[in-house]
Write a protein that binds this ligand. Structure first.
Ligand code: AFD
Ligand code: MN
Ligand code: MN
Length: 430
């Protein structure tokens, strides 16, 4: 028996909020009009915006210390799709899911694609996993995968990625995201350049197997689980790899994968310039790769990233077509609520960045008018675009207040009955 949120329930919830919402929307419309902006155009932009949800994000996450499972957790990809369907139904900004293999393995991918479609979902980039050992896996990834010193282990990791491409083709994906945990924990453990060379060699085979319209997204990460050196640790290494591999290889920016205080928006600007920006794994962080909800800690940084993205979009930067995905671990919240809130925050940053008067900004920059340039950017950031986001959801059949509507629906309580708790805890970020 399947229980999803009905259009009726959303309609009733919206009905109670409609008058206040219309009032707020009109007021914001008048404010934007005074600034020479059309609220209608902004609402259309919000409606066209989409960010993919990770299948691993709907399960309760954990840390290396513990995991506290939530009620009604998804037990498999079928449950995950159902949860992702609810997120899309309410927030209308997440029409695609990004699957992870072998976690989401099934025997019939054509059927899985149809099942996703029945929840109004499609598939985004497929993610390979060579950072864990699976049951009955022949060779271990304890000391690396695509860059392992042992050729046979590298080969096994390459083959897994090739299998992911095959699966992805059946699902309608057009990109493979590769994140490896390879690196070293001790100085002297590995030859830093030899490991990079092996990365290129392994990726070359994967790259050559990419179907015509496909791209490979290379994801860098500063540290963890390797604590001394990581093979693809930063955007410099990532860019070197992508440039060496060719035009189908691009650099994926996970916001959490940088040292604290790194100017990520500048990295984004540089990757756009190099025509190498693959896209994003959105999340937020305070200290490291915290995988917190997007926009929960530093919404200004998220906005500044979108400032670069909107700038590139509006000046039609060559080769600019970033893929937007969320990559978070929800340890203490209901993952559905976190993903709804995160999608809304990402969409918010996009709309806010769209408000910037780019002609005036360019003029201020040309005139070295520091304060005016800053104010133009800041004015967009402090504008509360919530009514635009709510209107975009409402027009697409979603909820004016998606989290409140989700809570009234009783979805989680129902799932807690349908999905018995899986005994035993496993630590880990996912
Ligand atoms: C990792 C990386 C990568 C990976 C995910 C798995 O960000 O995207 O697929 O988390 O949980 O830290
Ligand atoms: Mn990531
Ligand atoms: Mn991460």
């Amino acid at each position: 028996m399947s229980f999803a949120i009905s259009a009726d329930l959303i309609g009733t919830a919206n009905g109670k909020l409609e008058a206040a919402h219309a009032d707020d929307y009109e007021a914001l419309g008048r404010q934007l009009q005074r600034r020479g902006l059309s609220i209608e155009a902004m609402t259309k932009r919000a409606m066209d915006f989409a960010v993919a949800v990770p299948t691993w994000g709907v399960g309760t996450g954990g840390t290396r210390f513990a995991r506290f499972p939530g009620p009604g957790e998804p037990r498999n990809i079928h449950d995950k799709l159902e949860d992702c369907g609810v997120i899309q139904q309410l927030a209308r900004a997440t029409p695609n899911v990004s699957p992870h293999f072998p976690w989401d393995k099934v025997s019939d991918y054509n059927a899985l694609r149809q099942e996703a479609a029945s929840h109004s979902l499609g598939f985004d980039a497929v993610n390979s996993n060579t950072f864990q050992d699976q049951k009955e896996q022949r060779l271990s990834y304890k000391f690396g995968s695509l860059t392992h010193a042992d050729r046979a282990t590298r080969q096994q990791a390459v083959e897994h990625n090739l299998e992911c491409i095959e699966i992805g083709q059946k699902l309608g994906s057009t990109a493979l995201t590769v994140w490896i945990a390879d690196g070293s924990n001790f100085p002297g453990q590995a030859n830093l350049n030899a490991a990079f060379d092996r990365y290129i060699e392994s990726l070359r085979t994967i790259y050559d197997a990419l179907p015509k319209s496909w791209l490979v997204f290379l994801e860098h990460k500063l540290y963890e689980p390797a604590f001394y050196s990581t093979v693809i640790s930063d955007w410099g290494s990532n860019l070197m790899a992508a440039q060496e591999l060719g035009p189908k290889a691009r650099c994926l920016v996970d916001l959490g994968h940088h040292a604290p205080n790194t100017n990520i928006e500048q990295i984004v600007a540089r990757l756009i310039r190099a025509k190498k920006l693959a896209g994003f794994h959105f999340n937020d962080s305070k200290y490291g790769d915290d995988d917190l909800d997007s926009g929960s800690v530093d919404p200004f940084r998220l906005f500044l990233v979108f400032n670069e993205l909107v700038d590139a979009e509006l000046r039609k930067a060559e080769g600019f077509a970033p893929a937007y995905m969320i990559d978070q671990s929800h340890n203490v919240t209901d993952p559905i609520e976190s993903l709804i809130a995160s999608a809304v925050e990402i969409q918010r940053a996009f709309v806010q960045a769209s408000l910037i008067d780019r002609k005036a900004l360019a003029a201020a920059q040309d005139a070295s008018d520091v304060m005016l340039g800053h104010r133009l950017v800041k004015q967009a950031f402090v504008t509360d675009v919530s009514p635009i986001l709510a209107e975009a959801r409402r027009r697409k059949g979603g909820a004016i207040d998606p989290i409140a509507t989700y809570r009234t629906s009783g979805y989680r309580a129902q799932k807690a009955k349908e999905r018995p708790v899986v005994e035993g805890t496993s630590a880990g970020i996912v």
